[in-house]
Design a protein around this ligand. Structure first.
Ligand SMILES: C[S@@+](CC[C@H](N)C(=O)[O-])C[C@H]1O[C@@H](n2cnc3c(N)ncnc32)[C@H](O)[C@@H]1O
Length: 267
């Protein structure tokens, strides 16, 4: 058994292929590059609200992207336990390619979650919709294997009623924001990790970015394993966020306070 709670500043495909990680992980939250970089008007028209991202790690040809996706999905499959969960955060650009390739690898598609972004920026071109959603693909390893879905915990996010698969979560606010162009809200990870893993499980993020998944996993009493290829840009950011002991989001803090009993042992 390897010692978790570490971040490797390296390529996740290489990292996840190490023998010591095989079959160890309960939950992977993957937020791979969306491949939508570029700040031209044409790009904004084509790609909508993703114009903020303009990074070298986000520029591949369709063929390169497919090959890259096949490789990281295969590595992810190898490190998951039977019944382990893979959540992939993506958008309409790549959701179908990722879903198709994942199912070829024998992942089971359990469903999707739509993250509804009510505070999404308007589309300045007036030639398309105001993009206000992102897609989370929910996959598990092994058709017959038991997977984690904490139904009662899910209800906590909807005042005790069955939780829908459309999640109305505000974009990262000023208080929470760090200098990463693709940072995900802590509340999104709070839901995924609390519902799809248990205290003591190992949660992995192969594309750690600013460290949102790792931070939330730590706060929820899970072990974490992260990979991030851009050490120079994001190492300090991740280290700092991992030292933060509480959420900057008031709603999340309030959630913990009001559900301390149900979530006992998860902090
Ligand atoms: C969409 S961002 C993830 C953002 C993250 N979810 C957050 O909340 O900050 C993707 C990240 O993957 C990193 N990345 C790209 N290719 C990678 C690879 N092959 N291995 C590891 N990290 C990679 C990029 O540097 C970038 O920080």
């Amino acid at each position: 058994m390897f010692l978790p709670n570490c971040v490797f500043y390296s390529d996740c495909i290489e990292g996840l292929s190490r023998e010591k990680f095989r079959g160890q992980i309960s939950l992977i939250f993957a937020d791979p590059p969306y491949n939508v970089s570029g700040k031209t008007l044409a790009n904004i028209f084509e790609h909508g609200a993703w114009e903020k991202i303009n990074a070298t790690w986000d520029q591949k040809t369709p063929q390169e992207y497919e090959e890259f996706t096949r490789k990281w999905l295969s590595a992810a499959y190898g490190v998951l336990q039977d019944g382990g969960t893979l959540f992939v955060s993506t958008s309409y650009h790549n959701a179908f390619v990722i879903g198709y390739l994942a199912q070829q690898l024998d992942f089971v598609m359990r469903g999707d979650v739509i993250w509804y972004k009510r505070t999404a920026v308007p589309n300045v071109t007036r030639k398309t919709y105001r993009h206000s959603s992102e897609i989370l693909l929910w996959l598990t390893k092994g058709a017959g294997a038991k997977y984690t879905f904490n139904y009662e915990v899910a209800k906590l996010f909807n005042s005790g009623k069955q939780l829908r698969n459309v999640w109305d979560i505000l974009k990262v606010g000023q208080k929470e924001s760090v200098a990463h162009p693709a940072q995900k809200p802590e509340e999104l990870l709070l839901r995924v990790i609390a519902i799809h893993s248990n205290p003591g499980d190992i949660v992995c993020d192969p594309f750690a970015g600013s460290g949102t998944t790792l931070k939330v996993a730590k706060i929820l009493g899970r072990h974490y394993l992260g990979f991030e290829i851009n050490e120079r840009e994001f190492q300090d950011m991740i280290s700092t966020r991992l030292q933060e002991t509480c959420f900057t989001v008031d709603r999340v803090q309030a959630f913990f306070e009001s559900h301390a009993t149900e979530l006992s042992g998860t902090r």
